[in-house]
Design a binder for this molecule. Structure first.
Ligand code: ZN
Length: 641
């Protein structure tokens, strides 16, 4: 899932445009009544959802059949999640059942206690105007009648809702990612409209004289409830010219644009099938044009309307959502705090798609679209422990987690890394996994303990900031190059990583590796030539920032001074320095290139915080700011043309 805020859209630029990747950071959170895991005493086998859609009055009239089996003996009541719609009757095969609807829960008293091995069917009648997250929200059911398409549609995940599963907006369900079930939809709509849902279309029936059509979509392979959805509009249905099981449901006015914007989808499918294995679903794959997006509903990605624009600048977004059909939709996180198992893998998969165009494209994507956006975010919390909706849908669980997979690929090597992904997928496909399950597969393939990597990069927070000094002396016919390295980050752990240094000579280079597991560490490398310069991490394998060769040893900033950052960043002609704890202090500020060369400096007063960047070439720089008491911090700044 990627939430795109329409208000922030400027002219779309070629390639990933991070300005459209903004995510809400605050909002009117909805805490659902059962917001923590409660005992799960039954297993749903299937849902059969019959719904008539009345767009003109914004009403759904529904009947859902739930088939389930107990996991305890003597089960006499079940609780289903349902929000916003009013239940009018509940029955089983023998007749009416008593029920009560309390906030977002439906309690049903069974006719008699049942035991494991029994299979029970209940039917719920309900109707009303369905719930959504409201203005600025994402999840829920929306009737959109103007502007970006006349569409009635559901988004199965909330960004302001905790927990975020929102299958409960359209059908009573056990709305937890771990209870997977088969889902059928029978959707009745005015006969001028088309209804699309999960799985394959089994039938489309005319209903006598009332000018309606009923679409029956069926998804027999088990899926989590948050991926169930349907959308209704006057869609044109396009069939991919390479793979006829890939379809596109688009507004009729956008057909010409769609022919261009979807022209690489077959190549993406090829790339993921060759990297991750065959598309794991027996049913269609499709994109559905919707006013909000994007959301990886199973077999039908809801793709934001303006991304179908006659260009290919949103290929990364198409790729992200397609890759969820392996990561998230098929192997699903068991708990929402492990959302990185969906989103980190999908962001990493954006780079895998870039790799279709070669290694350089992959490297470029990792640096510019994974690492830099995270480093600029200022976020400091563990990937595996987001504590609010804003932290769940964050640069940490998306771009940092994607970067972590890139780093793991480097640590393991391609063969072992993809063997791990293959084994992990095979064990947990159509099922659920935890972070530890993924770690166990890393250890099984390599035979080595990998806690040093998972404990710091996934379970702890932050990233390393390296202060690196080089010196070299002649030693007989060789040269001894000393690397003095210090990790100067003030939050998070000491990180362990193999660090590469490329030692340049006049006509020859040598790549050396330091196994860095200490906050302060020195290594000496002997090379048979006189070094001229040294390049840190030339392959961009480590999510980090660094200072090299800066004369003044930067001191770690004191706690409580807040993080140094800039707005805007990336910057054009100028940017404003922001450093909350030092707002009232005079500052000395230096601009360094990545080799540590000081290019410019400023003296800033309390009332003057603007850095004039006129004449600074586009690129990435390090800014070091220091204030009274020798409090210093460094941060990255991107300068654009
Ligand atoms: Zn996603």
């Amino acid at each position: 899932m990627i939430v795109i805020l329409i208000a922030l859209i400027a002219a779309p630029m070629p390639g990933p445009d991070m300005s459209v990747l903004s995510r809400p950071v605050t909002g009117p959170y909805t805490h659902l009544l059962y917001s923590t895991d409660v005992p799960h005493d039954y297993d749903v086998i299937s849902y059969d959802v019959t719904v008539e859609v009345f767009p003109a009055i914004e009403v759904l009239e529904c009947i859902t059949d739930v088939v389930f089996t107990p996991e305890i003996t003597g089960l006499d009541e079940i609780r289903l999640d349902l929000v916003g719609l009013a239940v009018t009757a509940v029955s089983d095969i023998n007749g009416s059942l008593s029920y009560s609807q309390v906030e977002d829960s439906l309690f049903i008293t069974l006719a008699q206690p049942i035991d494991p091995g029994d299979t029970i069917w209940v039917q719920i009648d309900y109707s009303g105007t369905p719930w959504n997250e409201g203005a600025g929200g994402f999840g829920g059911f929306w009737f959109n009648t103007t502007g970006s398409g006349n569409v009635s549609y559901h988004m199965g995940v909330g960004v302001y809702t905790d927990p975020p599963s929102l299958g409960r907006v359209i059908f009573p369900c056990w709305d937890h990612p771990s209870d997977k079930a088969a889902i059928d939809f029978h959707i009745t709509v005015p006969d001028t409209l088309y209804a699309v849902a999960n799985g394959d279309l089994l039938s489309m029936d005319e209903n006598g004289t009332d000018a309606t059509l009923t679409y029956n979509w069926s998804q027999p392979q088990l899926m989590p409830t948050y991926l169930a959805a349907f959308a209704v509009s006057d869609y044109a249905v396009l069939v991919d010219s390479t793979y006829d099981w890939i379809n596109y449901f688009v507004y009729p006015d956008d057909i010409d644009d769609a022919l261009v914007s979807f022209q690489n989808v077959n190549l993406m499918m090829d790339q993921y099938e060759s990297t991750y294995g065959a598309y794991p679903w027996d049913t269609k794959f499709s994109y559905v044009q919707t006013p909000k997006g994007d959301m990886e509903h199973l077999t039908q990605v809801y793709h934001i309307y303006f991304a179908i624009n006659g260009g290919n600048n949103y290929d990364w977004l198409l790729a992200h959502e397609m890759s969820h059909h392996w990561w998230g939709n098929c192997v699903t996180e068991d708990i929402w705090t492990d959302v990185w198992l969906s989103e980190g893998f999908a962001v990493y998969s954006e780079a895998v798609w870039a790799e279709y165009y070669g290694e350089a494209a992959y490297d470029n994507y990792v640096v510019n679209d994974l690492m830099i956006p995270y480093l600029n975010s200022g976020e400091m919390f563990p990937i595996t422990n987001p504590t609010t909706p804003a932290e769940m849908w964050s640069y940490t669980t998306y771009q940092k987690a994607g970067s972590v997979l890139h780093m793991l690929r480097h640590v393991l090597g391609d063969v072992d890394f993809y063997q791990v992904l293959h084994n992990y997928f095979e064990e947990f496909k159509y099922s659920n996994a935890y972070t530890d399950d993924f770690r166990d597969h890393v250890e099984a393939v390599t035979g080595d303990d990998i806690d040093w990597f998972f404990d710091t990069w996934l379970h702890d927070w932050g990233y390393p900031v390296y202060d690196i000094q080089y010196s070299w002396v002649q030693s007989g016919g060789d040269w001894d190059l000393t690397v003095d390295l210090e990790q100067i980050q003030t939050t998070g752990p000491v990180f362990t990583m193999p660090l590469e240094f490329l030692i340049h000579g006049a006509s020859v280079d040598s790549l050396v590796v330091m196994w860095n597991d200490q906050a302060v560490q020195s290594s000496v490398f002997t090379v048979p030539f006189e070094p001229t310069s040294v390049e840190f991490d030339p392959g961009n394998y480590v999510l980090s920032t660094h200072l090299t060769g800066v004369e003044d040893q930067p001191l770690p900033p004191l706690l409580g001074t807040g993080a140094l950052h800039f707005a805007p960043n990336p910057a054009l002609q100028s940017t404003v320095l922001l450093w909350s704890g030092m707002a009232a202090s005079d500052l000395h500020v230096g601009l360094y290139d990545l080799s540590g060369r000081k290019l410019q400096d400023w003296s800033l007063t309390e009332s003057e915080r603007v850095l004039d960047l006129t004449g600074v070439p586009s690129g990435m720089y390090l800014i070091e700011a220091s204030g009274p008491g020798n409090i210093r911090q460094t941060a990255k700044l991107i300068v654009q043309d």
